[in-house]
Design a binder for this molecule. Structure first.
Ligand SMILES: C=C(O[C@@H]1C=C(C(=O)O)C=C[C@H]1O)C(=O)O
Length: 351
């Protein structure tokens, strides 16, 4: 880890793009350091490298091409990351205003669903906290230690700033001519048991994601798993796995276009809910609910949805946390607020 730590420090100081990431349940930590600071954009996801895509598909997608970078792999067991520091206490800025605003947004979302016929809209907010002594390596080590089943990453680019996260959600993985997509939705707090009951709202909200994904993918045969409960930090979600063989005319690009953003992070129907989000959330999601990960020569992809993430502004000593949840006609605004508070704890635990 020492070599990686020094390189991270150098790249950050010199404004050079880099990423360090660990895939779910893996012991391999991979670090990618771009040698020059010019931005590269993927044209069609056919290159080999690490991509970082925003929520809105109007903007170009950044890539660190592996041909322009030093790529280092490190195998480390959990204890290497262990950090004994206590959970931080921070000043949360604008919290009451945030609560009222979010509840109003959810109420507006429910009204819109009732009048427009939309089925689900994922509404989110950004919470800023003050951190005077942000230590990148310490936070990264804590993410690696606390979230072994998540895709944990840090990404820095002069075009995007510094982002970190521990996401439970895969967008798309492609290998050897087959693909896997995860339908993840619905949330409750983990209280020590995995065998929990889910209400009608949660089951339906998750089913919308399964139905959307299966309808968007052009494959002769889809394999859809049963729905099961998964744990992600202090939270539980509903998950189903959808897999199949790629048809001859599919490419990473057309699968991404078909899927992103799914109703797990945007809504159903896609365009109506996206417009509602862009017009009403009143802040820029930037890379939250975008996606990130490795691609290789149009034959391999391991892409994750950018959730449970934060953007760090070291000059202002400010960390922005991004959290949201799926709204349906049956949502209760106060509960939706509480869900976003629970989601902020995933990141607060490591700060
Ligand atoms: C939008 C987020 O998470 C998504 C929304 C969920 C929900 O609505 O319950 C659950 C998992 C994710 O698909 C988030 O973490 O910010």
């Amino acid at each position: 880890m020492i070599e990686i730590e020094e390189r991270i420090e150098n790249s950050f100081k010199n404004n050079l793009p880099f990423t360090v990431f660990r895939k779910p349940n893996s012991e391999e930590v991979k670090a990618v350091f771009q040698k020059e600071n010019c931005p590269f954009y993927t044209k069609n996801f056919e290159e080999s490298g690490f991509v970082f895509a925003p929520f809105s598909n109007k903007e170009e997608v950044l890539i660190i091409p592996y041909s322009e970078a030093d790529v280092i792999s490190l195998y480390a067991r959990n204890h290497v990351y262990h950090s004994n520091q206590e959970i931080g206490i921070f000043e949360t800025l604008y919290s009451d205003i945030d609560k009222n605003k979010h509840i109003q947004l959810v109420e507006k979302g429910i009204d819109f669903i009732n009048t427009s016929g939309a089925k689900k809209i994922v509404l989110s907010r950004k919470e800023k906290i003050k951190i005077e002594d942000f230590n990148l390596m310490d936070v990264l080590k804590k993410l690696l230690f606390h979230y072994p089943t998540a895709f944990v990453y840090v990404w820095f680019h002069p075009k995007t700033g510094l982002w970190l996260g521990a996401t439970p959600e895969t967008l798309l993985s492609i290998t050897d001519g087959s693909f896997k997509v995860m339908a993840l939705a619905s949330t409750q707090e983990y209280k020590g048991v995995m065998d929990v009951a889910w209400g009608f709202k949660e089951i339906q909200e998750h089913q919308y994601v399964v139905d959307f994904i299966s309808s968007q993918i052009n494959s002769d045969e889809l394999d859809i798993s049963n729905t099961y409960t998964v744990k992600a930090g202090n939270l539980l979600h509903l998950r189903a796995d959808i897999s199949g063989e790629l048809s001859k005319d599919s490419s990473i690009l057309n699968l991404i276009n078909a899927l992103h953003p799914t109703p797990a992070t945007c809504g159903l129907p896609k365009e109506i809910s996206k417009n509602f989000i862009l017009e009403n959330e009143n802040y820029d999601r930037e890379y939250y609910t975008g996606f990130l990960g490795e691609i290789n020569n149009n034959s391999f992809a391991d892409l994750f949805v950018n959730l449970r993430c934060m953007k760090v502004d070291t000059e202002k000593s400010e960390v922005s946390l991004f959290v949201g949840g799926g709204i349906t006609k049956d949502s209760i605004p106060e509960n939706e607020w509480e869900e976003t508070v629970a989601k902020t704890n995933v990141m607060k635990k490591v700060l």
